[in-house]
Design a protein around this ligand. Structure first.
Ligand SMILES: O=C(O)CCC(=O)C(=O)O
Ligand SMILES: [Fe+2]
Length: 294
């Protein structure tokens, strides 16, 4: 078993990406302060306590609680973490002009939960995307310590380069053990899964994932965070939610207003009563206008 690299919070984005390139995953320690972890715990607790346990892949002794962009100011801070975002933007840059938020979810693995089936998160889109395209980069932030006993994520280092047909042997898996406040960053292609919790306490992690702006999001952010809630958020977060053009011609809309008043070919930002920020998507829509008006 080869362990994952654990890097300090002040490690450069280049070094973090080099580790992901090598193993498919890396741990960065202490990127979330204990105060921020406490805040997120407080803000999400009532929702988590009201969440029923899952079944099958989602886990009979596991709860999954989403819509974190709406429910938790602390989670919004994590979504916008500058180190992670710089890494995500660089990692996905070869495949897109715009990145987006793909999923926000507190995953609480309770005592008695068995190991999750090993998988690649990119299987959200089936196995249609060619392996040469990396569709996403993912994080799991530790809200509790992650230990081998309490269900730390199981990762197979190097498996992001494997053929899909190759199955992992149990001894190839390593536990992403990390203390509270640390983050596991892993590609959509690396084989992994939640660990078994044989301890007496919950293991909680915040799964925040990012994907190419031209793909469908796993968590529908327009429904989890509709315009009336998104409109008071930071512009960068609004854009990550999807309120900006996702690619050359992905995302414009016609206003749901009466004929004569409704505008056509609107950039998504107009749903939030603002124009796109300079250099952000607007040219794409203007180009479409030119094409459609001849
Ligand atoms: O909770 C974990 O450690 C991993 C969960 C996971 O990989 C998933 O649900 O896709
Ligand atoms: Fe996963």
């Amino acid at each position: 078993m080869t362990g994952l690299l654990t890097l300090a919070a002040d490690t450069s984005v280049e070094e973090i990406l080099a580790a992901i390139e090598k193993d498919g995953a890396v741990i960065v320690e202490d990127l979330m302060s204990p105060m921020l972890a406490d805040q997120i715990h407080e803000e999400t607790k009532a929702y988590i306590d009201a969440t029923p346990q899952g079944k099958g892949f989602t886990g009979e002794h596991t709860t999954r609680t989403g819509a974190l962009a709406v429910r938790s100011a602390g989670a919004r801070e994590l979504i916008l973490n500058p180190c992670v975002l710089a890494g995500v933007r660089a990692f996905l840059a070869p495949y897109c002009q715009q990145i987006q938020l793909h999923l926000t979810q507190v995953i609480r693995i309770r005592p008695g939960q068995q190991k999750q089936v090993l998988h690649r998160d990119r299987q959200a889109w089936g196995e249609i995307l060619p392996p040469s395209i990396e569709p996403q980069l993912n994080t799991i932030w530790a809200l509790t310590d992650f230990t081998h006993e309490n269900g730390a994520t199981q990762v197979i280092p190097g498996s992001h380069r494997w053929d899909y047909a190759r199955e992992a042997r149990p001894e190839e898996a390593c536990s992403a053990e990390m203390r509270r406040g640390s983050v596991l960053i892993y590609s959509g292609s690396v084989v992994h899964g939640g660990g078994a919790n044989v301890s007496a306490a919950d293991r909680s992690g915040i799964n925040i994932t990012y994907s190419l702006g031209w793909l469908r999001q796993e968590e529908n952010q327009f429904l989890s965070c509709p315009p009336e809630l998104a409109k008071d958020m930071e512009p960068e977060l609004q854009e990550l939610l999807g309120y900006t053009m996702g690619s050359v011609a992905c995302g414009y809309f016609s206003e749901p207003k009466p004929a004569g008043v409704a505008r056509e070919l609107c950039a998504p930002e107009y749903a939030l009563d603002r124009a796109p920020r300079p250099g952000q998507g607007i040219n794409i829509v203007e180009e479409i206008e030119q094409i459609s008006t001849g």
